[in-house]
Design a protein around this ligand. Structure first.
Ligand code: APR
Length: 169
């Protein structure tokens, strides 16, 4: 069975896969962090397409073209702003689940996730990484017929080690 979950250490905008997942905000009009990096590399047409999407609710996901990125598509998902309530976990799980469902709808078979909510939105990595891995594993188990390679994009050593540990690598 092909290895379905991988880790990439580096910049998500440089990953050659069909789709990369952006940690966006509800406006979908760009920002800092990975959102800023993706918009910078994708170019101005991305913002134009995002404007027409009229925002996105927390936990939901919307798709655009990838423009100047190597990836053909970008899925924009809005993670929870961490406050320690139970709802945070549900919203973060929804980001991964809804992004994978959207990728499946578009016939996408390789998708890279940035570590949603673990930057500006303050989600502690030690909580967010297990949630992300469990949500992806659950989705893959529920969609056994789906050929889907999932890459966790790790922008620094800390994130990389946490995903390695969580995946038992
Ligand atoms: N490639 C991969 N991962 C990256 C990159 C990159 N180029 N840049 C940042 N990251 C990682 C960060 O290290 C962090 O682990 O993405 C993760 C998410 O951090 P943020 O980008 O801050 O996203 P988030 O915490 O979800 O906050 C979203 O920040 O940038 C704004 O517009 C965005 O308002 C929204 C908020």
């Amino acid at each position: 069975m092909r290895k379905q979950i991988k880790i990439d250490y580096g910049d998500i905008t440089q990953i050659s896969c069909e789709c990369i997942v952006n940690a966006a905000n509800k406006s979908l009009l760009g920002g800092g962090g990975v959102d800023g990096a993706i918009h910078r590399v994708a170019g101005p047409e991305l913002l134009e397409e995002c404007r027409a999407l009229h925002g996105c609710n927390t936990g939901e996901a919307k798709i655009t073209k990838g423009y100047r990125l190597k990836a053909d598509y970008i899925i924009h998902t809005v993670g929870p702003i961490y406050s320690g309530v139970k709802e945070d976990r549900t919203m973060l799980e929804n980001c991964y689940r809804n992004s994978l469902d959207l990728a499946k709808e578009h016939g996408i078979h390789s998708i890279a996730f940035s570590a949603i909510s673990t930057g500006v939105y303050g989600y502690p990595l030690e909580e967010a990484v297990p949630i992300a891995v469990a949500a992806v594993r659950q989705w893959l188990a529920k969609n056994p017929e789906e050929e889907m390679e999932v890459i966790f994009s790790c922008f620094n050593e800390t994130i990389y080690q946490m995903y390695q540990e969580e995946l038992g690598e």
